[in-house]
Design a protein around this ligand. Structure first.
Ligand SMILES: Nc1ncnc2c1ncn2[C@@H]1O[C@H](COP(=O)(O)OP(=O)(O)O)[C@@H](O)[C@H]1O
Ligand SMILES: Cc1cn([C@H]2C[C@H](O)[C@@H](COP(=O)(O)O)O2)c(=O)[nH]c1=O
Ligand SMILES: [Zn+2]
Length: 192
């Protein structure tokens, strides 16, 4: 009955790799299994929708928009879910140590957490929150998109524009998934 009590499930990889689709699928299965499940999404990512998690295939799931881990803790103190899903965790506000502490507290009291988030930014640098959560996860899934240049498994999200800020919300207008070889070739062309 309690196979999924206090487990940390991570869906990571590049953009378009199916992280959000996998999180949505997990949430649906937990709901079918009778778990009280709540999904959260950091407010910064309002690409397609305001209070829904949306995949690149445009499938939707209701979510509570939050700015930070502190809001998630407040909601969960009140709603007492069995399962908490957090999409786009790389955008979640709050100090990194507080995010990790919040997640560990939920796990300790038996909540299961499903997170989806990028492992690396457009330069290939790890997003800190995923980097810290990976070793403590129970289930870790690294997903792969198809390289937009050559068709093998993609490794990273390449930014098509010259913008250098780390956080820049966008979709296929702004990013493409590339394998390591194609990423290095593109960066060489762009003198990055
Ligand atoms: N190059 C690509 N490789 C794989 N899937 C792609 C690609 N471009 C678009 N897609 C679409 O993206 C979907 C995955 O979307 P989503 O779950 O939102 O991914 P993520 O959350 O990892 O960005 C796939 O099912 C597919 O339809
Ligand atoms: C690589 C990279 C991405 N982003 C943004 C672009 C999108 O809005 C999200 C990722 O969404 P997905 O569901 O994983 O496709 O993150 C960014 O801000 N900075 C980056 O370096
Ligand atoms: Zn390639």
């Amino acid at each position: 009955m309690h196979q999924y009590k206090g487990r940390l499930i991570i869906h990571t990889g590049s953009m378009f790799s199916g992280k959000t689709s996998s999180l949505e699928k997990d949430v649906k299965r937990f709901k079918i299994a009778g778990y009280n499940t709540i999904a959260f999404k950091p407010i910064v990512d309002s690409r397609y929708s305001k209070n829904e998690i949306v995949t690149h295939d445009l499938t939707y799931m209701n979510a509570i928009l939050v700015k930070s881990i502190y809001e998630i803790v407040e909601y969960c103190d009140e709603l007492k879910p069995d399962v908490i899903a957090i999409d786009e965790i790389q955008f979640l506000g709050g100090k990194l140590e507080d995010i990790l502490d919040g997640i560990n507290q939920f796990l300790k009291i038996g909540c299961t957490i499903i997170v989806a988030g990028l492992d690396m930014d457009y330069t290939g640098k790890p997003f800190e929150v995923i980097k810290e959560l990976m070793p403590i996860s129970d289930y870790l899934y690294k997903h792969h998109a198809v390289c937009a240049k050559c068709g093998v498994d993609a490794w990273v999200s390449h930014r098509k524009s010259d913008d250098m800020e780390r956080i820049k919300v966008g979709t296929s207008d702004e990013y493409e998934p590339l394998c390591r070889k194609c990423f290095l070739e593109e960066n060489k062309k762009e003198n990055r």
